[in-house]
Design a protein around this ligand. Sequence first.
Ligand code: G6P
Length: 624
Amino acid sequence: MCGIVGYIGDKQAAPILLQGLAKLEYRGYDSAGITVREGEKPAEVVKTIGKLHNLIEKTDEGRALVGTCGIGHTRWATHGAPSKTNAHPHVSGNCTNSGSGAVESEVVGVHNGIIENYQELKAKMERHGYKFYSETDTEVLIKLVDYYFKKYKMGPIDALAKTIVRVRGSYALVVMFADYPDRIFVARKDSPMIIGVNDGESFIASDVPAILSHTRNVYYIGNLEMAEISAGNVDFYNLDGDRIEKEETHIEWDAKAAEKGGYEHFMMKEIHEQPQVVLDTLHKYIKEEGAAKTIDLSEVGLTDEDITKFSNVYIVACGSAWHVGMEAQYVLEELGDFQVRVELASEFRYRKNRLPADSLVIIISQSGETADSLAALRMAKDKGITTLAIVNVVGSSIAREADYCMYTLGGPEISVATTKAYSCQLVCMFMLALKFAVVRGCMEDYGNYLDELLSIPEKMNKVLEDKERIQWFASKYSNARDIFFIGRGIDYAICLEGSLKMKEISYIHSEAYAAGEMKHGTISLIEDGTLVIGTLTQSDLYEKTLSNMMECKSRGAYLMGITSYGKYDVEDSVNFPVYVPKVDEHFIGSLAIIPLQLLGYYLSVSRGLDVDKPRNLAKSVTVE
Ligand code: G6P
């Protein structure tokens, strides 16, 4: 939540900052702001309410601001409503103009995260004569930095160190000091921030896509660490103010991957990238020697010996990543003979449960920065439980802190509604299930399962070829009030994700229900014409779910049914059948989800909504 960028170098900062913010807008789009300074002159601050294009227009694409050093921010409001006054950057001075214009203050800065004790700190600052113009926790933070800077007169790093021991919460904080014109300073705890350094230029960002077109060499700043950034150089410090060494990481992602590439929306582009990124992810871990194929987790670091020690698996995640867990549990249980529990990270982190010592906690996360997932990971580690992360963003907090990390090769995902990252996570879980099953001696036709897995990308392409039918269907339902998704087992898990895609981008109320539960309440909501979507991909459950769908139909529902070609003939039973290619039933979710992603997408487009940036949401949820 909230996107931060910073630049210092020999070029004009504002256009670079605005381009960076455009790549981070998925992190928040309630308001945006920028500050730029030229040498000793006071920094200029410009803020606008609403999406980034307002700021781009107001600054004449950055041309209105002169200076080679600056910071930008796109906001997802936590403390204080979205408004120009609450927009970042914030300043330390007692100004009355919402902190905009030429800033005479010592400190100006932006922040991503939440300062939990901001009210207590605000009261303290007011006692010291500071006046506040906004309702934000960030303004408190900036004024606190100013207070310590002036009180101890030991320089910015010391002022930041004093500040971060005083605040509780999470922050990626980026500040400029009037007295240090050619420097930007940062501090971080539990909110993402990377620093990229190129020839004579330095970049700061919340996420990789913002700086990919400038450099792929980045540094990750650790928790409770600070950095002093000048043009082409960065020095890191710990809380004692001592210099620390960091290793540079090279990011493999291609800058083009973060562009729309001719598609109208990132979501559609990312839906179409699925066959390729799933193939890349499968090939990363499936090794072929002659005719023999095996799953090789040596890069993850998990040995067969490690695997045999686990008897329970907890899968912990948020949002769509949790849906991956919901689906994978059936596969892990059935193939690997494990006890599996799937937990929402926001619940798991506060449970007072005793985790058996032979458990494995798997955290699934695209961003690797989701606050609840990170807290759940730390909780498991504190209890001495082994942790394995499935993560897309290289070097993210969850990737670094987990005992083992299995990377997905999804590349940058920009659309708030996930598609390709979800699909990559799912095949990683399938690979883990197969590997665990083999190591535990409960699998015979391993080679056949691997062939089935490897056939998924090509079959995904086939599903995508049929997208016009879904588009046509979506145009009929653009005024739907409620949509219900029903299925059993793996089909239920597919429904959970299909329903989330629907509601988050089309704003149509939708619910996913285990088909057998409909009669316990939800069926009372079925009226003439209500759309009920059933997934019917599992042989042993097909007839049961179909009966539940027919019960809805006899109460007026219009039925859409998803199944696989040649397996069942649902034409006579459902109004709108959708067929996907056949694949082993454990893995069919990889195919059956695509029509549902497309349906959510087309409904959103037909309702004229902002597909990639749905209201109130942010891609990376780095606060609780
Ligand atoms: C947000 C995103 C979802 C994502 C969830 C978990 O809600 O919009 O697409 O599934 O966060 O994020 P993570 O980065 O941990 O996968």
